[in-house]
Write a protein that binds this ligand. Structure first.
Ligand code: SF4
Length: 202
């Protein structure tokens, strides 16, 4: 069983590495597949798109926003980053850090769905508008969706603010995005702690 899953992961990584399905392949240095536990994964975080640091390092969330994400998880939620699988909605860096276009999100969606199928996480956390709108198929914004639980094909989905948004909104005052995010990560931790030790089917 695990050999088959390992083979499927390797094949998926190869397909992403060699992908030219959308225009984002033209200026990328590297694809950014994702990282984290590939077996017995309980929580998956999905961001928007790789930034410059991620493009250079071929790893998700390693720049300033990534450092803030790690701090939110580990200091705010007491959730070790290495226990979470982290990826993005699209696997290549959009030029000038622009948002990925709908056709780019659509072109890349098979890869995200394959990751979700292979991981079968108990909880998916979407960061910001792009993954939240994509998976929930809504036009509502993250401000009205964050901190609530949704169902995505039987998986619990929890939207939170994207850390790059928090970098631009530094206030910690009550009701500020940072304050709300600290509440959200604590709520996330409560639900993680309720998960059975052994994942079903493993
Ligand atoms: Fe392929 Fe996704 Fe990169 Fe577009 S963003 S080239 S679909 S891997």
């Amino acid at each position: 069983m695990s050999i088959d899953i390992n083979t499927a992961w390797e094949e998926l990584k190869r397909r992403v590495n060699e992908c030219h399905k959308c225009a984002l392949c033209n200026k990328r240095r590297n694809t950014v597949f994702g990282e984290g536990p590939e077996l017995n994964c309980r929580v998956m975080i999905i961001g928007e798109a790789p930034g410059v640091d991620e493009d250079i390092n071929s790893r998700p969330f390693v720049g300033k926003a990534g450092q803030l994400l790690t701090s939110i998880l580990e200091n705010g939620g007491k959730i070790p980053r290495e226990t979470i699988y982290i990826t993005n909605t699209v696997k290549c860096h959009p030029p000038e850090n622009r948002d990925p276009k709908p056709e780019e999100i659509s072109a890349c969606s098979d890869f995200l769905e394959a990751q979700l199928l292979l991981l079968r996480p108990d909880i998916v956390v979407t960061l910001g508008n792009i993954p939240t709108r994509h998976l929930l198929m809504t036009s509502k914004g993250i401000t009205s969706l964050r901190g609530q639980w949704f169902d995505w094909r039987g998986i619990r989905l929890f939207p939170m603010f994207h850390p790059s948004y928090l970098l631009r909104n530094d206030s910690r005052a009550e009701g500020s995005p940072k304050h709300l995010t600290w509440q959200d990560v604590k709520a996330l931790k409560v639900e993680i702690d309720k998960l059975p030790q052994q994942k079903e089917g493993n």
